[in-house]
Design a protein around this ligand. Structure first.
Ligand SMILES: CC(C)(COP(=O)(O)OP(=O)(O)OC[C@H]1O[C@@H](n2cnc3c(N)ncnc32)[C@H](O)[C@@H]1OP(=O)(O)O)[C@@H](O)C(=O)NCCC(=O)NCCS
Length: 182
């Protein structure tokens, strides 16, 4: 059975989460600014939730549901964020998702991580398509998708409901054939 990979880029190490990351996950993902533009992060972030989430990663990957990796800084080893591919074997595609801790925003880290995970998805997992959504009021996430080589595919109106408010989502994607031609 395949293990979660470790991917190394110029400035980052993307590696499996360890239980020892739980306090940092709670601190970083627990920031209101991170929860505000994601659909699955609770706020306030409950005690014990990070441990439970991290403990699920190996089994979820081995069931080919989701590959979740910690984004860490190569220079210091500190945890900066999270990136994932939610797999769909039927359609041979995956959905890219990510968050970065606020102190690490706007330094190009998430784009660097996204490029590495997309390369892994096409080159090692033989995917045909990788797509991602972002709230239209979160243009920074759209920039990450653009910088990772994804193309804008459209807008899903009021597709999500967050805190009693309907949110429009932009959708981006990249196909295997486009990745090969980059
Ligand atoms: C979205 C997020 C992951 C981006 O991470 P990051 O490491 O800061 O991303 P990068 O530095 O690689 O790229 C961010 C880009 O957005 C741009 N940007 C930032 N704020 C922006 C804004 N308000 N409007 C337009 N562009 C913006 C930055 O300038 C940068 O683009 P550039 O390199 O062309 O200048 C981070 O802001 C985050 O975790 N937000 C909260 C959680 C979240 O929204 N996750 C995504 C859910 S879809």
């Amino acid at each position: 059975m395949q293990d979660l990979p470790t991917l190394i880029t110029e400035r980052l190490v993307l590696r499996p989460f360890a239980l020892s990351d739980a306090a940092d996950v709670q601190r970083l993902a627990g920031d209101r600014a991170v929860a505000d533009t994601t659909l699955n992060i609770p706020h306030p972030y409950p005690d014990g939730a990070a441990e439970q989430w991290i403990s699920s990663h190996v089994a979820c990957f081995q069931r080919r549901e989701i590959m979740t990796l910690a984004i860490t800084l190569r220079a210091s080893g500190e945890l900066a964020g999270c990136i994932s591919l939610r797999l769909n074997d039927t359609h041979n595609r995956a959905e890219l998702g990510y968050w970065m801790g606020v102190p690490y925003w706007n330094q190009g880290y998430c784009s660097e991580a996204a490029r590495a995970v997309i390369a892994y998805g096409f080159e090692q997992m033989a995917l045909n398509r990788i797509f991602a959504h972002h709230l239209t009021r979160n243009p920074a996430s759209g920039r990450v998708m653009q910088k990772a080589g994804m193309a804008y595919e459209g807008m899903l109106r009021q597709h999500a409901k967050k805190l009693e408010r309907y949110e429009d989502l932009a959708i981006y994607g990249i196909l295997r054939s486009e990745y090969q031609n980059q």
